[in-house]
Design a protein around this ligand. Structure first.
Ligand code: CP
Ligand code: NVA
Length: 313
């Protein structure tokens, strides 16, 4: 049987996401009630980090532990990968020993090469191009707060980075719209974003135009991991792309604010927004845990009956 991986948002269908959001809600509910749910007993997750992480590391490690499994965390610099062992050989070795792998690395091609030689499912924990687990948790948060995302408008303000690309893919899979506003020179690249078409996003030169009518405003750091050399230049170029109170007021009155975190108050987002009443960033961060537990369960044991009474499932 072919192994399923989660390397990009578009690896799953809309119908699979509907299952995962329902399952995440159930998993969150039992977690909040302190009811053990351990379908992954005796399963092992290996996590490979080539970049820094707080949320991804904690949510996957806590999530796998809560599901009854165990976790091995590898920082590439401490392993033979840091001394040049080919990624294909690493994939062949460690996937004989564990049941699931999560990787945070640089180019998407690295995780794709790993997956090609993997015996077990591989999850993208962030690459230069994509961050599917983030948007999985983000859209679960939209579902919780607003009942769904289909037909809604998301305004992306800032860099055309991995998180932006993943929102754009998600819009195609789940049928919503993205208004994108980036500074000149930082425009989205539809090919790199892995898009099928142009009918789920619209580009705006002025961020104030992008947020008009939006149900959700979201942004991310101006300088992603690996781009540190451009930091000073980016601070200048992105100065007018800070999400502030004026932008929030130009959106729908009930618009949500999201940020994948870590955030830089006073740079990409004003403190009044991220710490304000429309911000759901802490729910968003927490939901990485619940959504990824649903994802890991799905990849390792498949679909489980979710609907209905908590005690009968
Ligand atoms: N949002 C996110 O992925 O956070 P970390 O970099 O802390 O994992
Ligand atoms: N775009 C950011 C996301 C961090 C979670 C980065 O790649 O650094």
């Amino acid at each position: 049987m072919e192994v399923r991986h989660y390397l990009q948002f578009k690896d799953f269908t809309c119908e699979e996401y509907e299952y995962l959001f329902a399952r995440a809600r159930w998993i969150k509910d039992v977690f909040k009630r302190y009811i053990p749910h351990q379908p992954l007993r005796d399963r092992t997750l290996a996590m490979v980090f080539e970049k820094h992480s707080t949320r991804t590391r904690v949510s996957f490690e806590a999530g796998m532990t809560q599901l009854g499994g165990s976790v091995i965390t590898l920082m590439t610099r401490d392993t033979q990968m840091g001394r040049g062992e080919p990624i294909e050989d690493v994939a062949r070795v460690i996937t004989r020993m564990v049941d699931l792998v999560m990787i945070r690395t640089y180019e998407q091609s690295i995780i794709e090469r790993f997956a090609q030689f993997s015996r077990v499912p591989v999850i993208n924990g962030l690459t230069n191009e994509y961050h599917p687990c983030q948007i999985l948790g983000d859209i679960f948060t939209c579902v919780e707060h607003r009942g769904g995302i289909c037909g809604k408008t998301v305004a992306w303000i800032g860099d055309s980075n991995n998180v932006c690309n993943t929102w754009l893919q998600a819009a195609e899979v789940l049928d919503f719209n993205v208004h994108v506003s980036t500074p000149p020179g930082y425009e989205i690249e539809p090919g790199r974003a892995g898009l099928y078409g142009t009918d789920h996003y619209e580009v705006f030169a002025d961020p104030m135009d992008a947020v008009k009518g939006a149900d959700l405003i979201t942004t991310d750091v101006w300088t992603s991991m690996g781009m540190e050399a451009e930091d000073a230049e980016r601070r200048r170029d992105f100065e007018d792309w800070r999400v502030d109170g004026d932008m929030m007021r130009a959106a729908r009155p009930d618009a949500l604010f999201m940020h994948c975190l870590p955030a830089h108050r006073g740079e990409e987002v004003a403190a009044e927004v991220i710490d304000g009443p429309q911000s759901v960033v802490w729910d968003e961060a927490e939901n990485r845990l619940h959504a990824q537990k649903a994802l890991m369960e799905y990849l390792l044991v498949g679909r489980v009956k979710t609907q209905g009474d908590l005690w009968s499932t």
